[in-house]
Design a protein around this ligand. Sequence first.
Ligand SMILES: *[C@@H]1O[C@H](CO)[C@@H](O)[C@H](O)[C@H]1NC(C)=O
Ligand SMILES: *[C@@H]1O[C@H](CO)[C@@H](O)[C@H](O)[C@H]1NC(C)=O
Length: 351
Amino acid sequence: MASLFPATICLLLFIIGVAAAAGKVPAVIVFGDSSVDAGNNNQISTVLKSNFRPYGRDFFGGRPTGRFSNGRIPPDFISEDFGLRPIVPAYLDPQYNMSDFAGGVCFASAGTGFDNATSNVLNVIPLWKEVEYYKDYQNKLKAYLGDTKANYIINEALYIISLGTNDFLENYYSLPSTRSKYTVDQFQDFLIGVAETFIKEIYSLGARKMSLTGLPPMGCLPLERTTNYVNGNGDKCMDGYNDVALHFNAKLSDLVKKMNDEMLGIRVVFSNPYDVFMQIIREPSTFGFEVASVACCATGMFEMGYLCDDLNPFTCSDANKYVFWDSFHPTQKTSRIIVDYLMKHSLHEFL
Ligand SMILES: *[C@@H]1O[C@H](CO)[C@@H](O)[C@H](O)[C@H]1NC(C)=O
Ligand SMILES: *[C@@H]1O[C@H](CO)[C@@H](O)[C@H](O)[C@H]1NC(C)=O
């Protein structure tokens, strides 16, 4: 009998060992723009903020956090689906410390892009600086947990990379200086080059499991529909922008293949929200929505950030009826549906 006990312990340790080897994700680490920013912009001097009501009115405690949503954003749902906390906190948010960040951290900054010229437009955190913060995080994590535990988290974490829309809408199609330098195809190749350099850099720092996110149908954002309308083209989606998104997504998908072929031990997936997002916009009622062409906040046609404020009498009362929360960002409900889709089609690889 006495020898049975250690045998049971051994079996238990073996099972735990196998589970660890299967690579359970111990943290979700986020790089990108407003699609995934949990509030880093609150701490920098930019006009692109959302840490005031009605933002966050459906978040835990009805609290505005700097997320561009009425509630949670995709990384929060992904973290929860991996059995981690239901939110991924922003690295610059003073409410959180290393004991929180050990289980997930967000370096994203609303308004940023792959191109440095994109982050310059609204004075937000450029992608290279998100990496500087990540290096700082690694040092603090090692000081907090010791090298072994910290390296385990760094190697086994799931890295969410989500940006690119601003490179086109804020930069290429708004700044003549960028358009005079590149055709749209050349500009896409330039961005893909930056993305590749970025992936290689975080790989060299220890990242292995990555999800590179595709662009949404950006010609259907309410702001772009309003622009179409103002230009006398009705309130339809801007097909040209959607075509650019599709083309860029194909290049991102090729980059993912290339990285998996070239880099030892890396596992990158392409998480493409385009099709499901388009389906939601085309057939909102199938998903339980009533409105897809304008957003919930204010008139829903052009407002975001400070223009989407709590005094506006037009803001809808039930954001669950709307695909978009403000003129540029989905509601929490839309994000939940998109994450359900991504968990099934790409992120399940890491479960
Ligand atoms: C983090 O904050 C919590 C709650 O404020 C505190 O209990 C904990 O000791 C802090 N941990 C570190 C590593 O500073
Ligand atoms: C962006 O700026 C950083 C810092 O100046 C620089 O190191 C990096 O090479 C720039 N990236 C590109 C693609 O020009």
